[in-house]
Ligand binder design. Structure first.
Ligand code: NAP
Length: 329
C-alpha cells in the first residue's frame, strides 16, 4: 500500500482510507473486525469515522476494535453537534470517550451550517488542538471559498489551519473539479473523497431495470435509485469497459478517482470483508491518460458548477447550503 503525504502536514497516510460508516449499520462488530484487520494487514493506516455514524455506535465499535492497535492508525472523526464553540468542545470529548483514546489525529467539521461563525469555530478548534485532543483539524463538504476564509482567520490569529477537506467525488458527482481540487493543489490541502463508488452503484451490483440485489444499500437509498435512472445506460457501458480491462467495476471506479492529482485518498467503504479485495486492487491499477478519458467520456457529465444533486427528503442539501448567502452568522 502506497503512503501519500497528507497535504502539507508532513504526515504520511495510506492512500486507501478505510471508511467505517457501515460499521454497526450494515455490518456487525465481528465483520467490522474482519474488515479492519484485513485492511491493516494490507498496509492501510488511515481510518475515517464520525460521531453521527450509527448514532455513536460506529465510534464505540472502533474504540473496542482499535484496542491494542490504536497507534497503527491515523484516525479521523467529525464534529457531531452544531458548530458553536460549546458543541465542538463537547463533541470531541464524547468522541474520545467512545473511541477510547486520548486523541484523534484529525478532527473535521462535518458540514457547513447556516449562521455558522468562522472565528468562533476556528478558535474552538484551536482549543481542541491545544488541549492535545487532536493533532490536526479539517472540514468536510466545505466550498473552497469557505475553507479559504477559515484559513485566513487561522493565519491572522496564529491558530491551526484546516488541512483537509472531505468531499464527495465519483464519475457522476464531479463538482469538486471546479474549485475544490484546484484549491487543494495550489494550497496543498489534503482531499479525501467519500462516495467514490456512488454508494455501490459503480460497483457493478446494480442492473438497470433489474431488481435491486438482496440486502444492497440501494434498496433504501434515494440517491442510488436516482443515479440508476439518470445514468443507467452509462453504468452498463462502464461495467462492460471494466470487463474488457479484466477488472471489477469497483476497481475501475476507484482507479478513476485516484487518477486525479488533487485527490489524496479515496475513503472506501465496505459492508462485507469480501468487498475489500476489489477495492484494494484499485490501488494497484494506474489508468493511462487514454483509459481515464475513455472512462470519463462514458458518463459525459460535463461539470458546469460546483454542487451535488439535491435529493428530496435529505436533511442537508449541499448545493443550496454551499450557495447560501446567509451561511455566515
Ligand atoms: N463526510 C461526509 O459527509 C461523508 C458522507 C458519506 C460517507 N463518508 C465516509 O466515506 C466512506 C465511504 O462512503 P460510502 O460508503 O458512501 O462510499 P462508497 O464507497 O461509494 O460505497 C460503499 C458501498 O459500496 C458497496 N461496495 C463496496 N465495495 C464493493 C465491492 N467490491 N463490490 C460491490 N459493492 C461494493 C457496498 O454497498 P452494500 O452495503 O450495498 O454492499 C458499500 O456499502 C464512509 O464509510 C464514511 O467514512 C463521509
Amino acid at each position: 500500500m502506497k503512503l501519500v503525504p497528507l497535504g502539507n502536514t508532513g504526515e504520511q497516510v495510506s492512500e486507501f482510507c478505510l471508511g467505517t460508516m457501515m460499521f454497526g449499520a450494515r455490518c456487525d462488530e465481528a465483520e467490522a473486525d474482519r474488515i479492519l484487520s484485513a485492511a491493516l494487514e494490507r498496509g492501510v493506516t488511515f481510518v475515517d469515522t464520525a460521531a453521527m455514524y450509527a448514532a455513536g455506535g460506529t465510534e464505540e465499535i472502533l474504540g473496542r476494535l482499535l484496542r491494542g492497535r490504536r497507534d497503527r492508525v491515523f484516525l479521523a472523526t467529525k464534529v457531531h453537534r452544531g458548530l458553536d464553540s460549546a458543541s465542538i468542545l463537547t463533541s470531541i470529548d464524547e468522541s474520545l470517550a467512545r473511541l477510547k483514546t486520548d486523541a484523534v489525529d484529525l478532527y473535521l467539521l462535518h458540514w457547513p451550517l447556516p449562521g455558522m461563525r468562522p472565528v468562533e469555530i476556528m478558535a474552538a478548534l484551536a482549543q481542541v488542538v491545544a488541549a492535545g485532543k487532536t493533532r490536526y483539524v479539517g472540514c468536510s463538504n466545505f466550498p473552497a471559498w469557505l475553507l479559504a476564509h477559515c484559513n485566513a482567520i487561522a493565519a491572522e490569529h496564529g491558530w491551526p489551519r484546516l488541512v483537509n477537506n472531505q468531499v464527495a467525488y465519483n464519475l457522476f458527482e464531479r463538482g469538486i473539479e471546479v474549485e475544490i481540487l484546484p484549491q487543494a493543489v495550489a494550497e496543498r490541502i489534503a482531499i479525501t473523497v467519500y462516495r467514490p463508488l456512488a454508494e455501490g452503484v459503480l460497483a457493478g451490483r446494480y442492473q438497470v431495470g433489474g431488481a435491486f440485489p438482496a440486502a444492497a444499500r440501494g434498496e433504501t437509498s434515494g440517491p442510488a435509485i436516482t443515479w440508476l435512472a439518470q445514468h443507467g445506460a452509462s453504468i452498463a457501458r462502464f461495467n462492460r469497459y471494466a470487463a474488457e480491462l479484466g477488472v471489477a467495476p469497483a476497481t475501475l471506479a476507484l482507479a478513476w478517482v485516484r487518477y486525479s492529482a488533487g485527490v489524496t485518498a479515496p475513503i472506501v467503504g465496505a459492508s462485507r470483508l469480501s468487498q475489500l479485495e476489489d477495492t484494494l486492487a484499485a490501488f494497484e491499477l494506474d489508468l493511462t491518460d487514454r483509459q481515464y478519458e475513455d472512462v470519463t467520456a462514458i458518463f459525459a457529465t460535463e461539470v458546469w458548477e460546483e454542487g451535488l444533486q439535491p435529493f428530496p427528503g435529505r436533511k442537508y442539501n449541499f448545493p443550496r447550503l454551499r450557495r447560501n448567502l446567509r451561511l455566515l452568522g
